[in-house]
Design a protein around this ligand. Structure first.
Ligand code: SF4
Length: 459
C-alpha cells in the first residue's frame, strides 16, 4: 500500500528506483496511446464526435438536477430502487445495509472507480463482508493488497512474473509459471466459482440514460454481466455526472470511450440494465461526494465531463514515468490531479504540480476537457489558499520578483553564470532537486542581452 503521508514527488522517487520498470511502464502506456491514435485516425468524424460529446455534457452539467430526477422517475417506473448518497460514508452505509438486510456476507464486484473513491472494500471488510473484485486486473491488485494504479488498466504497473508469484501464493499455481494464458485461465476458473456462489453483485455505471431510466456498464471481460445476472441483488454505484439525456447519445460516447481507452473500436461488452428480472432486485446508489462542489467551481466544472477512458494518463509523460500510485488518490494521472483537490485541497495540493503542462492530455481527451488549463488554475488556487509548501511559495515569489525587475534579472543571471563556472558544487549537489535527475548546463560566456548590446547595438 502506498504511504499516504508522502507527496507525488516522493512516491515517484520510490517508483523510479526500478529504472527497468519505469522504462517498461512508459513504453507500455505509450503503446496504448499509439493504439488510440490509430483507432481515432480512421474516423474522419472524430473531432465532430468529440465536440458533440462535449456539448452533450455541457447540457448535462447545466441541467443536472432535472436529468437526475428524470432518471430517478424512469428507473423507478422500471422497478429499480434508487438511493441517494451525499458522500462516501453514506454510499458505504447504504451498500452495507442492503447486504445485511438480506443476510448476505459475500459480494462480487465489477470494476467501479467510485467504490475505490469511497473505500467501500475496506468498509465492508471491517464489517465482516467478503468482497471479491471480478475484473482480472482489479483481482490481481486486490490479491496484492494494493489499490489500482490506472482506471482502465488497474495492474499495469505489475509484470507477469509478479502476477505468477501472486497466483502461486493465493491460487496455488505452480511456482515460476508466468504464462499469461495459463494465469488467465486460472483466474477464470477461480472467478467462475465466485460468480456462482455470490448472491449480491455490485457494478459501476458508465452511462445512465435519463430518458429511459436504464444504465450501461462497459467491460471487456463480461464480468459485470456474470456477477449481476447470477446474483439476487444487483447494486449499481454511480456518480451524479454519469447521466446522459437520451439513449441516442450512447452511440456518441460508446464510440469515443474504448477508442480513447485501449484503441478498440468498441468495448467487448456494453451491457444495458433496464429492469430487474422476476424475483431479483436492482438498486442504484446515486452519489455526490464532492461533485456538486466541483460543479460550483466555475474553472473546474468541466472535469465532471470525464468518461474515465484513461487516455490522459496513457499520454502523460509524468504519469508514465512516475506510476499511478504516486498520485495517492483513487483516480491517478492528469484528471485525478484535478478531481482530488476538490475533495481535499490540502491533502492533494501536490498533484496539480505533477504535470509538465504540455497539453497532451487535453489533446487526447474525448470530451474536450481543458485538463492542462485546469491543472494550471489549481496551482494558483492552491498557492492562494496557502496549501503550497513554504519553500515552493518562497521560490515562486523570488522568481516573480526576479523576472519582473530587469536589474534583478541581469544580476541573477550574472551570479548564476559565475557560480556555475567557479563554484559548480554550489548548484551541483544532492540538495538541488533539479540536479538530481539531470546535468546542469554549461554556463554561457554572456547573456543574450550582453551579446546583443555588444554586437547589434553598434550597427
Ligand atoms: S479526462 Fe478525458 S482523457 Fe482523461 S480519463 Fe477523463 S475523459 Fe478520458
Amino acid at each position: 500500500m502506498q504511504a499516504e503521508t508522502k507527496d507525488h514527488a516522493e512516491l515517484a522517487a520510490i517508483f523510479n528506483k526500478d529504472e527497468a520498470r519505469v522504462d517498461w511502464h512508459d513504453e507500455t502506456l505509450w503503446w496504448v496511446r499509439q493504439k488510440r491514435d490509430k483507432a481515432v485516425h480512421v474516423l474522419p468524424e472524430w473531432e465532430t464526435l468529440r465536440e458533440t460529446a462535449s456539448q452533450i455534457k455541457n447540457n448535462v452539467l447545466s441541467n443536472l438536477s432535472e436529468y437526475l430526477q428524470q432518471f430517478e422517475a424512469n428507473a423507478q417506473a422500471n422497478g429499480i430502487i434508487i438511493h441517494w448518497a451525499a458522500d462516501a460514508a453514506a454510499h458505504n452505509a447504504i451498500v452495507l445495509e442492503l447486504l445485511l438486510a438480506k443476510g448476505i456476507r459475500k459480494l462480487v464486484k465489477s470494476k467501479s472507480m467510485l467504490t475505490e473513491e469511497c473505500h467501500l472494500n475496506e468498509h465492508l471488510e471491517s464489517n465482516g463482508i467478503e468482497v471479491i473484485d471480478s475484473d482480472l486486473g482489479e483481482r490481481i491488485v486486490q490479491l496484492a493488497k494494493e489499490p489500482p494504479s490506472h482506471i482502465v488498466l488497474p495492474c499495469i504497473h505489475k509484470k507477469k512474473e509478479e502476477i505468477g508469484d501472486l497466483f502461486h501464493t493465493h491460487l496455488g499455481t505452480p511456482k515460476g509459471n508466468a504464462d499469461p494464458q495459463f494465469l488467465t485461465e486460472t483466474a477464470r476458473q477461480h472467478l467462475r466459482e465466485i460468480f456462482l456462489t455470490r448472491r449480491a453483485a455490485l457494478t459501476g455505471v458508465n452511462f445512465a440514460v435519463a430518458q429511459t431510466g436504464e444504465f450501461v456498464v462497459c467491460t471487456n471481460e463480461g464480468n459485470a454481466d456474470m456477477g449481476a445476472h447470477l446474483a439476487d441483488i444487483h447494486i449499481a454505484s454511480m456518480g451524479i455526472e454519469k447521466i446522459i439525456p437520451e439513449r441516442k447519445h450512447l452511440g456518441v460516447f460508446l464510440r469515443l470511450l474504448t477508442r480513447s481507452a485501449t484503441g478498440q473500436p468498441i468495448t467487448t461488452y456494453s451491457s444495458h440494465f433496464a429492469k430487474p428480472r422476476q424475483g431479483k432486485e436492482i438498486h442504484i446508489i446515486i452519489v455526490d461526494n464532492g461533485r456538486t462542489i466541483q460543479l460550483g467551481r466555475e474553472d473546474f466544472r468541466n472535469s465532471l465531463k470525464c468518461i474515465r477512458c484513461g487516455a490522459c494518463m496513457n499520454t502523460c509523460p509524468v504519469y508514465r514515468r512516475s506510476g499511478g500510485h504516486s498520485y495517492h488518490t483513487a483516480i491517478a494521472g492528469p484528471i485525478g490531479s484535478i478531481l482530488a483537490p476538490n475533495l481535499d485541497m490540502e491533502k492533494y495540493a501536490d498533484l496539480p504540480f505533477a504535470s509538465t503542462l504540455c497539453g497532451s492530455c487535453t489533446n487526447v481527451c474525448p470530451v474536450k476537457i481543458d485538463i492542462h488549463q485546469q491543472l494550471y488554475k489549481w496551482r494558483q488556487v492552491i498557492v492562494k489558499n496557502g496549501y503550497a509548501p513554504a519553500a515552493k511559495k518562497a521560490a515562486m515569489q523570488l522568481m516573480s520578483h526576479t523576472l519582473s525587475s530587469p536589474a534583478a534579472y541581469h544580476t541573477a543571471g550574472k551570479a548564476g553564470r559565475w557560480a556555475l563556472k567557479y563554484i559548480p558544487f554550489a548548484v551541483n549537489n544532492k540538495f538541488n532537486t533539479w540536479y538530481r535527475q539531470r546535468d546542469m548546463p554549461e554556463p554561457p560566456k554572456q547573456s543574450f542581452g550582453e551579446w546583443y548590446h555588444k554586437n547589434r547595438k553598434k550597427k
